[in-house]
Design a binder for this molecule. Sequence first.
Ligand SMILES: [Zn+2]
Length: 279
Amino acid sequence: MDVPDDATAAGGMEYPTLITSEVGSLGSGYRWLAYITAHEIGHQWWPMQTSTNEAAAPWLDEGLTEYTGIRYMADSPRGWGSGDAVAFEQSLYAAQASEPATLPAWQYINGAYVVVYSKTALGLWTLEGVAGTDRFRHAMASYLTQYRFKHPNSADFRAALEGELGDLAWLFDDYMSASGVIDYAIAQIEQSDVASTVRVVRKGAVRVPIDILVTFSSGAQQQQIWDGQATSLELKFPAGNPVVRAEVDPKRKLKAELNRLDNRIGTWHFMLPILRLGA
Ligand SMILES: [Zn+2]
């Protein structure tokens, strides 16, 4: 339902089998109407079917719904339009990144409540990247099937996802319920006569598993997964085929990582062909 132009505050609300959106004051280039509509339709599952407590656990309501809406926008044929769905959600999250996302609604003050939406959406999107889309969707469907109309709480949601995907302490303890952020970096590539050493560091408190991609001077590449439990990791390779480039999270699975500038280092060996071409 499209609300009257002088009722913009009502233009984005969910009811069982009914949603409102608002055409009047919204710019057409921003895909705002599609985003609001996707979000409100998402509510027909969370919480209309799960029947969670919106005040005690708003993240099971608005957070799951925000993930659903923004994820739809990222995959929809017309996309987000100008800009990027991930960047939009990250901009909401960035201002309040140290707030826990799982508090009762009444414990948030001022604008901090936005993390219930954005931090949850980016956390679930990160889990999708780590677990793989099929496994993640299967786990979410399993939660819905198991708890439909049964008023699940936060512990029930965690149990349902961990039952499908294994231990998720990084998501629920390090990230969702705490002030930690996801932040990894390549600190250094060091060459010696005997070895080529890549040093990877975990700068954030969230210990999410991460992909590391290393490129050698021969052009060959090697990818491995680090569990991120320690604060740093050293990878050593034979000096004969030195590492010329190293990157964490090359496929950008970790949607909740805000600082990506330090995710990649290339040595001068890597830059040389580019310099020769004058590019
Ligand atoms: Zn909502």
